[in-house]
Structures are given as structure tokens and as C-alpha cells.
Design a protein around this ligand. Structure first.
Ligand code: FES
Length: 104
């Protein structure tokens, strides 16, 4: 399945995601080093913050309280904010479009 990523410069690319990865791993493994993902996916750093484009937030698994709390610490939180390490990229999400959030 494919994931469409827009970076902080506004450039959009399409990446092919292997089964079993989270959205964070897919983005990071494709060379977007601006997605720091400092904690490696354990929901404690908030440097994997993304915005979900085109109103697709409904398709995603609900947010945990931890994720919600961490996002609250970001100045760039929006309605469509998520932590990308908390989203397993399942085949149903094929074509999902996301934008890497500004740096905090
Ligand atoms: Fe640290 Fe997602 S990688 S919270």
C-alpha cells in the first residue's frame, strides 16, 4: 500500500509501505529525517507529529490518552494531528495522505 507524504518544504512524495510498519517507521525509513521520532515509537517524544490530510482521521484507530497528552504539548497541534508512531499502516489505509508537522 501507498502512503503520500508532504514534508516541511511542501514537497509531496508517494512511498510504498511494507506490511507491519507504523506510519512513523514508513516515513523515517524513506529518508525523511525531519521526522525525528526520537523515542523510537514508544509514545513519549511527540517528534513524530503529523497532520492527516483530506479528513481521513476517521479511518484511523482512536487516540490513546498518552497520545492526546503528548500532542497537547505541541504548539502546532490541530484537529487532524496524530503521532505517526501510533498508527499501524494497514492495507485499508492505502493512499493515506499526511503532512509532517512543523518543528516545535
Ligand atoms: Fe516518539 Fe512517536 S516516535 S512519540
Amino acid at each position: 500500500p501507498k502512503l503520500v507524504v508532504t514534508n516541511r518544504e511542501g514537497e509531496t512524495s508517494e512511498i510504498e509501505v511494507e506490511d507491519g510498519l507504523t506510519v512513523m517507521e514508513a516515513i523515517r525509513d524513506n529518508g525523511f529525517d525531519e521526522l525525528l521520532a526520537l523515542c523510537g515509537g514508544c509514545c513519549s517524544c511527540a517528534t513524530c507529529h503529523i497532520h492527516i490530510d483530506d479528513g481521513a482521521t476517521d479511518k484511523l484507530p482512536p487516540m490513546s490518552e498518552d497520545e492526546d497528552d503528548l500532542l497537547e504539548s505541541s504548539e502546532h497541534r490541530k484537529e487532524n494531528s496524530r503521532l505517526s508512531c501510533q498508527i499501524p499502516f494497514t492495507p485499508e489505509l492505502d493512499g493515506l495522505k499526511v503532512t509532517i508537522a512543523e518543528e516545535d
